[in-house]
Write a protein that binds this ligand. Structure first.
Ligand code: AMP
Length: 544
């Protein structure tokens, strides 16, 4: 090989924040505080406060490679930790505040967190697990008022005396920067360790015009928590392009979010489908109340976006939804569902089918799907298999080398998602492998049924899961949440979807619920539905 003659310049988060403060010093970071007021600072302030935080942490003994955890909502201080900790050579570990305290304790112990930065409002949660984590030396409370509990430190008081410049170390781009744990619906949660390089590459590629399309002129609202899968990269993408960031703090109800979007001129907002389903219902009820003329894109991911929701926003409110797929293990974004030129002449129905798919892969993100024997399957849009991926922002192993069976012999990551891939490269998830419904040996796609049920005018949400059946092994059951003041009969629901599927796909039963149980990151918790309702078909003959 003849080596190229270019500089070996490391891809680190340090460069992103340093550039943001130099070139976009006045661009704002707006954070909604717990009392509802808005806090404002700039990228320059964020840089200076990150320097102060790094000095303070160094003074407290935080060293290269130490884990510094956060237990916090989305706000400016969390952003400072997102940068200061990795830039000083330590690793920021975002704890998921929606998990059970025992589980958070397990995760903090497993990661051997040395310090925890915690929101004042989350102290009651912290107090339930912190004593079980012997590695924690300091607890630093992020609060604007009130006394700090005995034995803990106050974030603002710590920062106050420190200098606004820091002599950042020159880091290896492959150094660990960030840790997120998987939600652990099967087995213990596993630690995913992102590097500076993976974060930077993910941010650059995700910002491309055919991906999340971020620019300097945007105002981005990540509703997705900073503790969920690296905030989908938005905290890094925003620095890379130097755009405005708007953080919702703990107020995630549709009304507060809509107020914030309208008030701050948000152009891009990102969150899981539940958030958007709530916002759509609010907009349908009050179509004229908010001025969303600047909102040009709503990124949806983390769970399947129902086509009826995408269409509802578009047709009733002129708002554009961008569907994306990703995982904690993939930094997280892997595919996005934009319409390519190649399929631009498709019929309106086909176009919606592409837009509601999980999309095609980003540059440097490779996908394939395989059968039970590990054989690679054709991209024919029909053959189902497990999605596998590889690329520079895909995990190569978990912390502590657990879960090695998630990688194929030739080094691809096995996602656990059952998909088809079509000739144009669009991936469509039919199920999570553990949620697959197998009736008499035939697969039924719960996601396809849910999407069809959610297009009924009375249905707010639908989750389809497997009920045990004496003859067919498993049969589909649909859990339904009605829209406010709307109802339909079971026969009407079945009639609404019957035209689109084989007869044996029709649910054997419906259950009507107030809400669908969810995981800590907003996905349908089908294990809970199966535990509660999975036996209801036992003893029943199969319907004809
Ligand atoms: P997490 O690591 O918690 O982000 O979960 C990753 C999993 O969420 C994926 O393996 C999928 O099962 C699911 N998921 C993420 N995005 C989507 C999407 N757009 N459509 C359907 N499922 C999704």
């Amino acid at each position: 090989m003849t080596p190229g003659r270019m500089m070996d310049f490391p891809l680190t988060l340090t460069h992103l924040l340093d550039r943001a403060r130099r070139l976009f010093p006045r661009t704002e970071i707006v954070s909604r505080q717990p009392d509802g007021t808005l806090h404002r600072q700039t990228w320059k302030d964020t840089y200076e406060r990150s320097c102060k935080l790094a000095h303070a942490l160094a003074r407290l003994g935080v060293k290269d490679g130490d884990r510094v955890a956060t237990l916090a909502w989305n706000h400016n201080r969390h952003l400072e930790a997102y940068y200061a900790v990795p830039m000083m050579g330590a690793i920021v570990h975002t704890l998921n505040l929606r998990l059970h305290p025992t589980e958070i304790g397990y995760i903090a112990r497993h990661a051997e967190d040395a310090a925890i930065l915690v929101d004042r409002s989350l102290l009651p949660l912290l107090n339930q697990f912190v004593a079980s984590v012997p590695s924690v030396r300091q607890v630093i409370v992020m609060a604007d008022d009130g006394p700090t509990p005995e034995g803990m430190l106050d974030y603002e008081r710590l920062l106050e005396p420190e200098a606004i410049e820091y002599d950042w170390p020159r880091l290896d781009e492959n150094a660990a920067a960030t840790i997120c744990y998987t939600s652990g619906t099967t087995g213990n949660p596993k630690g995913v360790v992102y590097s500076h390089r993976s974060n930077v590459l993910h941010a650059l590629v995700s910002s491309l015009p055919d991906e999340a399309a971020l620019s300097n002129r945007d105002a981005v609202l990540p509703v997705v928590p900073m503790f969920h899968a690296n905030c989908w990269g938005f905290a890094h993408m925003a620095a890379a392009v130097g755009c405005k960031l708007v953080f919702p703090g703990p107020k995630l109800d549709p009304e507060s979010l809509l107020d914030l979007m309208a008030g701050e001129g948000v152009t891009i907002a990102a969150g899981v489908p539940t958030i958007w389903i709530g916002i759509l219902a609010q907009l349908d009820a009050h179509p004229k109340r908010w001025d969303l003329s600047r909102l040009r894109q709503m990124n949806v991911g983390g769970a399947a976006a129902p086509p009826s929701m995408i269409e509802g926003f578009e047709k009733r409110h002129g708002l554009f939804v961008l569907h994306a797929w990703g995982m904690t293990e993939t930094n997280p974004v892997g595919t996005m569902a934009r319409l390519k030129q190649d399929v631009a002449d498709a019929s309106p129905e086909e176009r919606m089918s592409y837009r509601a798919s999980q999309g095609y892969p980003l540059p440097f993100f490779e996908t394939r799907h395989t059968d039970d024997q590990g054989r690679v399957l054709p991209w024919d849009g029909a053959t189902m298999g497990e999605l596998e991926c590889r690329g520079p922002w895909v995990a190569a192993s978990y912390l502590g080398d657990e879960g090695k069976d998630r990688w194929s012999a030739d080094g691809w990551f096995k996602t656990g998602d059952v998909v088809t891939i079509d000739a144009a490269g669009y991936v469509r998830i039919t199920d999570r492998s553990k949620d697959v419904i197998k009736s008499g040996g035939e697969w039924i796609s719960s996601v396809a049924l849910e999407n069809a049920l959610m297009s009924h005018p009375c249905v707010l949400e639908a989750a389809v899961f497997a009920g045990r059946h004496p003859k067919w092994d498993e049969r589909p059951i649909a859990a339904i949440v009605w829209k406010k003041d709307k109802r339909a009969t079971e026969a009407e629901l079945t009639q609404h979807i019957a035209g689109d599927f084989a007869k044996f796909w029709m649910p054997d039963a419906y259950v009507f619920v107030e809400q669908i149980p969810r995981t800590s990151t907003g996905k349908f918790l089908k294990t809970r539905l199966r535990e509660t309702y999975g036996a209801m078909l036992e003893g029943r003959p199969k319907k004809t």
